[in-house]
Design a binder for this molecule. Structure first.
Ligand code: 3AM
Length: 183
């Protein structure tokens, strides 16, 4: 049985899914080292290190019968040789997030995301109507301007795409990469 078929056969009826850039253990450690302090003092709920990711497209609740289709779409998506340069710390008051953002999003990343969104939309998946703003969420429920912290920079080399499931948890959400596609 293929990995995708196995996934589908063990799945509940619907899953809350998104495509993301997923850090390997080494990158995850660098993210914590670089942004941990900013997350800790942001005044909200710091994202657990295991949950750090960059969302490419949030799909919401998807029928498990479509997992195999998403897996083959992920498989067919090729990450460009590019970096996401995380070089800003921003407060997004409306979703109440502290995020690490970028002052110069790589065109190749924007193209990749646009293509992914287009393909998903054409296949009838629900996609976001808002413009894609690449970011790494550091803390949620940040309801007031966070204290200033030194802006550190980290270049995230686009090496791994993942299809991720979001589970509701007592402490918020927990994310599990269902499938990962290293470049
Ligand atoms: O990358 P971040 O952590 O900012 O905010 C949610 C999170 O993004 C976003 O998808 C990621 C995984 O949960 N998200 C949740 N609900 C959403 C929605 N209805 C959403 N994005 C767009 N529309």
């Amino acid at each position: 049985m293929s990995a995708a078929a196995q996934l589908a056969s063990t799945a509940p009826e619907h899953r809350r899914l998104f495509f993301a850039l997923w850090p390997d253990a080494a990158l995850r450690a660098r993210l914590v080292e670089t942004f941990g302090a900013a997350a800790a003092v942001a005044g909200g709920r710091a994202v657990h290190p295991d949950n750090l990711h960059v969302t490419l497209e949030f799909l919401g609740s998807v029928a498990s019968s479509r997992l195999a289709e998403l897996a083959s779409l992920g498989e067919a998506t090729h990450l460009p040789t590019a970096d996401l340069s995380l070089d800003t710390l921003e407060w997004w008051p409306r979703p109440a997030l502290r995020v690490a953002g970028t002052s110069r999003p790589a065109g190749a990343l924007l193209d990749l995301q646009a293509q992914l969104r287009l393909t998903l939309g054409e296949r009838g998946f629900r996609v976001d109507s808002r413009a894609f703003r690449p970011h790494l969420t550091l803390a949620r429920e940040v309801r007031a301007t966070p204290p200033l912290t030194r802006v550190a920079r980290l270049d995230w080399s686009l090496t791994e795409l993942a299809l991720v499931e979001s589970h509701a948890d007592a402490g918020g959400s927990r994310y599990t990469a269902l499938a990962r596609w290293p470049r």
